[in-house]
Design a binder for this molecule. Structure first.
Ligand SMILES: [Zn+2]
Length: 745
């Protein structure tokens, strides 16, 4: 059970109260405008709801009894052991964790939000009862953060009760703050209420209300919360008869300290309203958080996607993306990158303008790849691309296990009186390819890559931009190999992954999840697989990976790779997942050398390695859009060059320059419209063209261009001219270098 912070910790800020089911944070301006226009509700109900008095009287009576009881407990010398092994002396039923913290330093006392006593979460002011171990946690500690947000939820609950007179339901911490769910009879929660809620929360904090803890028996709790059917339901269903649970008081509010159970989270359950919030121990952190939100809002891929005309959605097919031409360029660049491990280099010597060059396999072989990837002749080249069906008879899904476990997340359809479904993943189809004829060990590993279209039936309410969609494509690969080949495959995959993530400037973190209790297969297979994964990890990333013992899937161990974006947010895109189950279910086998020696040997099963580096292309595009804030590196940019003539007579030359660059395989456009020169340049800047080339008489005479670099403010004023041949060469070199910097070498 999580318990709130004691009153002596830093005051709680409740700054960013979010609306019911709101995705976006309310901008301050909007808030003020709406508040001014809204009908005025008093800050607090006067008189306060009758249940305040009822609750408090009962609480005070019990508290007085408890205090009497504490008074007569024996005071004894106790020994308190800190995590570093050092020991402090104290007195039982008197010394609190806060006393110990103050003894150590004022800084520590100011910083901590909760303690742990013998591993149990313990309020800072709650007296220790005997010799014990003591940990003091601050907000930076994940558990400290949860407790802090849990306490904040109590404060928000208090504010909501005082403001609305509502009946509270549950108020748990979440990964990003907390919420409180409540029933308000006569009004909906609106943005206009936030200032009032913030004000009342603020008052509560300023009053330095103590969080007072009390353990109360179930019958008394039912009496204390007799006015509130939600709390009564919680007490009745969650607290066993004859036992007690903890309540906390802050100000007029007394609340159960139940865990974050969602048993009332049924959408049909009355019309409960939910208010979200986040809080920090310190103003500075709040300011930073608001800055982060602002920056995140500016980078929102849905906003940039619209501004740059990359993609959109239509309610006729929720969760399925329409990629516009420029979004499709991004998409295709990623597909091309993943297909051959690198983009084919462009060639300035080409004279055949007007079409993209060098996309044949022969050309890609010459490309320099950085980390020896293709030199190993390995893993994901065009050779391994397959195309498999989109829909299958439900019999296939029964074999794979999806029908039993995953049916609700699939789109099913009736075809000639039989049940079918759209594929939610490619693997079962690839198993059919493997099984299309007999296989020998000499053929292994067999690798299959597919950019297959996948459908998953997400609830329409859960869909968000490109990050949660119903239709998507993965850079999906399945390797069918012998257990002894795992190491080599993983090595090659790491090289490739590092190369790919490097191109985007992503840092990443690796975690190995090992055999769980409900594992499938033999211990020997698991041990061998895990040992090969460990060797591969240790060889490439010595000391830089973590292990999650027992956290693997029942069908095989896995490596989770988490990337961090420019805002330090973490995303899991890549997966490397070993699978002993699908080969079993599909009865996949190969002839091994031993098969020739003994006839009654069980069939040799391949191991399947499922892997994706980008994961869903849709989601990856969302991540990189926000990571780059729409300022694409040149190699990836769907708008690389814009050519602008200074006046009508130079339109022809501008068009010629753009055609020449397009002929080299660059994305070059010309603006020969009717806008003024400054307007054209401005539009080009807003569209985030990497380079704007301006041409006039001088440039025409010398067959040159004037270059403006998106990321170099210095060049935005008119500077020197660059000969056309030279700029073409520089642009192609920049594109081929796949540099993250928009800068010529
Ligand atoms: Zn798979």
């Amino acid at each position: 059970m999580t318990t709130p912070v004691a009153s002596s910790s830093q005051p709680v800020q409740i700054p960013a109260v979010k609306g019911p089911h709101a995705n976006n944070v309310v901008k301050p301006k909007e808030k003020k405008a709406k508040a001014a226009a809204a009908p005025t509700h008093p800050l607090e109900l006067n008189p306060p709801p009758a249940f305040f008095d009822h609750r408090i009287k009962l609480f005070e009576k019990l508290k007085a009894e408890y205090d009497e009881w504490v008074k007569v407990q024996p005071r004894q010398e106790i020994e308190i052991t800190l995590p570093d092994g050092s020991k402090r002396q104290g007195k039982s039923w008197e010394t609190s964790p806060m006393d110990v913290a103050k003894e150590i330093s004022k800084g520590l006392a100011d910083r901590i939000v909760i303690a742990k006593v013998n591993g149990e979460v313990w309020d800072l002011e709650r007296p220790l009862e005997g010799s014990c171990s003591l940990e003091l946690l601050d907000f930076e500690h994940p558990e400290g953060k949860r407790v802090f947000w849990h306490s904040s939820a109590h404060v928000l609950g208090e504010a909501a009760e005082r403001h609305y007179g509502c009946h509270l339901c549950i108020g748990p911490p979440t990964d990003e703050g907390f919420f409180y769910e409540m029933a308000i009879e006569d009004r909906p929660v609106t943005n206009a209420d936030y200032p009032a809620l913030e004000k009342v929360s603020d008052l509560a904090i300023r009053e330095k209300q103590k969080f007072e803890r009390l353990v109360v028996p179930k019958e008394t709790l039912l009496e204390m919360f007799s006015y509130n059917k939600y709390k009564k339901q919680l007490i009745e269903s969650k607290i066993p008869d004859g036992t007690s649970t903890t309540v906390y008081r802050c100000g007029p509010m007394v609340d159960l300290c139940n865990s974050a159970s969602y048993f009332l989270g049924d959408p049909n359950n009355d019309s409960l309203q939910r208010i979200y919030g986040i809080s920090f121990p310190d103003k500075k952190q709040l300011v930073e958080y608001k800055k982060f939100l602002e920056e995140a809002a500016k980078r929102d891929h849905r906003k940039i996607g619209k501004e740059q005309e990359l993609f959109f959605f239509n309610e006729q097919s929720p969760g399925s993306t329409f990629f516009l031409p420029h979004g499709t360029r991004l998409y295709n660049t990623l597909v091309q990158l993943m297909r051959v491990g690198s983009l084919p280099s462009l060639d300035t010597s080409s004279s055949d303008y007007g079409y993209r060059k060098n996309t044949s396999r022969g050309a890609t072989r010459k490309v320099s790849l950085g980390p020896v990837y293709l030199d190993q002749g390995s893993t994901l080249t065009l050779d391994h691309l397959v195309i498999s069906p989109n829909m299958y008879n439900s019999k296939l899904w029964e074999t794979s296990g999806h029908w039993q476990n995953y049916k609700d997340d699939m789109f099913t359809l009736d075809v000639e009186k039989e049940k079918w479904a759209l594929k939610p993943m490619n693997c079962p189809g690839h198993c059919l390819i493997f099984d299309s004829r007999d296989r020998s060990y000499k053929e292994l590993p067999i690798r299959m890559a597919e950019f297959g279209i996948i459908h998953r039936n997400e609830a329409s309410g859960a869909l968000t931009g490109l990050t949660r969609v119903r239709r998507f494509v993965q850079d999906d690969t399945h390797v069918f190999c012998m257990p002894s080949q795992i190491r080599e495959e993983i090595d090659a995959l790491f090289d490739f992954m590092q190369h790919i993530y490097g191109l985007f400037g992503f840092e990443f973190k690796l975690e190995l999840s090992t055999r769980p209790d409900n594992y499938l297969g033999t211990i020997e297979t698991w041990d061998e697989a895990e040992s090969q994964l460990k060797q591969a990890l240790e060889a490439q990333y010595p000391g830089q990976w973590d292990i999650n013992p027992g956290d693997g899937a029942f069908y095989g161990p896995k490596i989770d790779i988490t990337i961090r974006d420019a805002l330090r947010r973490s995303f899991q895109c890549a997966t490397i997942q070993l699978d002993f189950q699908l080969p079993e279910r599909f009865n996949l086998k190969y002839r091994s050398p031993e098969d020739f020696q003994s006839a009654d040997k069980p069939p040799s099963r391949p191991v399947i390695i499922h892997r994706a580096i980008l994961g869903s292309l849709e989601r990856f595009i969302a991540i990189i859009t926000e990571h780059f804030a729409g300022k694409w590196p040149f190699w990836l940019s769907p708008r690389q060059v814009l050519v602008v003539p200074v006046a009508i007579p130079y339109k022809e030359y501008a068009a010629e320059v753009a055609a020449m660059l397009s002929g080299l395989g660059l994305y070059a456009d010309v603006d020969n419209g009717d806008n003024t020169l400054p307007k054209k340049i401005r539009n080009g800047e807003i569209a985030q063209y990497n380079f704007i080339l301006v041409v006039g008489q001088e440039e025409l005479d010398s067959r040159s261009v004037n270059v403006r670099n998106r990321d170099d403010v210095g060049t935005k004023a008119k500077t020197e001219m660059v000969p056309l041949d030279e700029i073409a060469k520089k642009l192609v070199e920049l594109r081929n270098s796949r540099s993250l910097k928009n800068q010529f070498v």
